[in-house]
Design a protein around this ligand. Structure first.
Ligand SMILES: Nc1ncnc2c1ncn2[C@@H]1O[C@H](COP(=O)(O)OP(=O)(O)OP(=O)(O)O)[C@@H](O)[C@H]1O
Ligand SMILES: [Mg+2]
Length: 461
């Protein structure tokens, strides 16, 4: 089925509402006017009837004839006076009513009872509706005569003329008003929607630069704002993704080109083999580590590798890891100072927490000169287990601090290359800690040292 545009629907609604309103207003005002008008005419007929009745009762025949004539001449009223009420029933002597009875049998019965009749009837002679009032003239309990007063209703259509003009002009104004509203509505609703649709298509094609113009406070505006925000977020994600891929390929390209160059040199026997083999090994290790870290990050990002949580005694873990690093520590003559609360048990994934401490300790060792100290403490604060590692190393410049947890971020690219890092360690640490619903903070002063604090939820017994 072909879709019907909102613009079309809005106009359809406006048009049907207008047609309905116009019809309703016309009909209602016409009927109101007619009712009021007829009532007024009826009043006139009644008053004239009553006056003539009084004349009949008080004056003689002559005066009455004069009055009858005068009323007919001075108003739109026509009068039939008869002192033989039966004639009205047969209609015979009155030309204009030749083919019909002026009053029915039951009406005549009412006249006999002295009731005044009021009705609207079709007048064959005049070929139109008439309004009639019939006044019975009663003397000594006898129906002596009848005055039949009537008036054609054509006058109504004529009387309706001025109000028709008024109605017509208000309808024109109404139509202009509705068209104005319609234009405003379509502008307010349809145009932004069309624009948003266009933008959505652009976004789908990877173009995030454009925004929809938003102003106001309605749902359409809020939709526009959401689309803008979505576009911004997608842009950000897209940028991050490209940057990440760029970094990955850069990090891989460097060792690969080393490997290629050195293995070619080895093949051609240009230089003593042993030194090259060593470099090849080092670069291979580096690449291996990089691939491993990337896989790790990908796993931590998703939900498919849940944490395998168990109670972990932090102090034991720290002691074990420090033992693992004793050769490196000894080589750099670094003293470790441990302050461990043995009672701190956190709830976590053993292997992942091990990875956190290993990464932080290896950073501390890597960026601390010989003969310095590294302090490690484990303690408890409220319902959190706290692991802290503080070194007296080179520290991190203030400008770099905000980015330090970003993937591939290293303070000194050239120098760290020699030390072998890729800048993934801290992002892995942060991902793991966040997955444990904990948090990690890093404070550092360039040239002074660095302190990293990890807070983890305690295991509750
Ligand atoms: N204890 C520290 N002292 C001084 N600088 C540090 C310290 N820890 C981290 N940094 C700085 O932060 C950067 C990022 O650290 P991160 O652990 O993420 O990467 P890396 O150690 O360089 O490489 P990787 O951990 O992937 O082997 C480091 O390159 C270094 O410049
Ligand atoms: Mg590191």
């Amino acid at each position: 089925m072909k879709s019907i545009s909102i613009r079309y629907k809005i106009w359809l609604t406006i048009i049907s509402v207008s047609v309905f309103t116009i019809l309703l207003v016309t009909i209602v005002s016409y009927y109101l006017y007619q009712i009021l008008y007829i009532e007024k005419q009826t009043d006139i007929l009644l008053k004239q009837g009553r006056n003539l009745e009084a004349v009949f009762l008080e004056e003689n025949q002559e005066v009455l004839s004069d009055r009858l004539q005068w009323v007919e001449e001075s108003s739109e009223t026509s009068i039939i006076f008869t002192d033989d009420p039966m004639q009205l029933g047969s209609g015979a002597p009155f030309d204009s009513f030749a083919e019909q009875n002026l009053i029915t049998f039951s009406e005549r019965q009412e006249l006999l009872l002295g009731k005044t009749l009021i009705f609207t009837k079709y007048h064959t002679g005049l070929e139109q509706e008439i309004r009639a009032v019939v006044v019975p003239l009663i003397l000594n309990d006898r129906l002596e005569a009848v005055i039949f007063l009537y008036m054609p209703l054509t006058a109504i259509t004529e009387a309706f003329q001025p109000i028709r003009m008024l109605l017509f002009s208000s309808i024109v104004i109404l139509i202009i008003f509705l068209v104005g509203i319609g234009l405003k509505m379509t502008n307010r609703i349809v145009r932004p929607l069309v624009e948003m649709e266009k933008l959505a298509k652009e976004i789908a094609q990877g173009n995030f630069a454009k925004r929809v113009a938003v102003q106001g406070k309605d749902e359409i505006t809020s939709l526009g704002k959401s689309i803008n925000t979505m576009s911004e977020n997608l842009h950000e994600v897209d940028k991050e993704r490209k940057e990440f891929l760029g970094n990955v390929s850069h990090e891989l390209r460097t060792p690969i080109s080393y490997l290629k160059g050195y293995s070619e040199a080895v093949k051609e026997n240009l230089i003593t083999t042993e030194k090259y083999i060593e470099t090849i090994e080092k670069e291979t290790d580096r690449m291996n580590q990089l691939v491993h870290d990337l896989l790790d990050l990908a796993q931590l990002d998703g939900t498919s590798y849940p944490l395998d949580k168990e109670p972990v005694i932090l102090s034991e873990m720290v002691k074990e890891i420090v033992r693992r690093f004793r050769l490196e520590l000894k080589e750099k003559k670094i003293i470790t100072e441990l302050d461990l609360n043995e009672e701190v048990v956190v709830l976590g994934d053993y292997k992942r927490l091990d990875q956190v401490i290993v990464n932080l300790l290896s950073n501390a060792i890597k960026f601390t000169p010989e003969n310095r100290k590294i302090k490690i403490s484990v303690h408890q604060m409220k319902d959190l287990g706290i692991f802290q590692i503080e070194d007296e190393g080179i520290g991190i410049p203030e400008n770099d601090l905000p980015y330090i947890f970003e993937r591939f971020y290293r303070v000194e690219k050239a120098r760290t290359r020699k030390t072998g890092g890729t800048g993934l360690g801290l992002s892995i640490v942060q991902q793991i800690v966040n997955k444990h619903k904990g948090n990690v903070q890093l404070e550092s002063t360039s040239g002074r040292g660095t302190k990293v604090t990890v807070k983890l939820p305690l295991f509750s017994f």
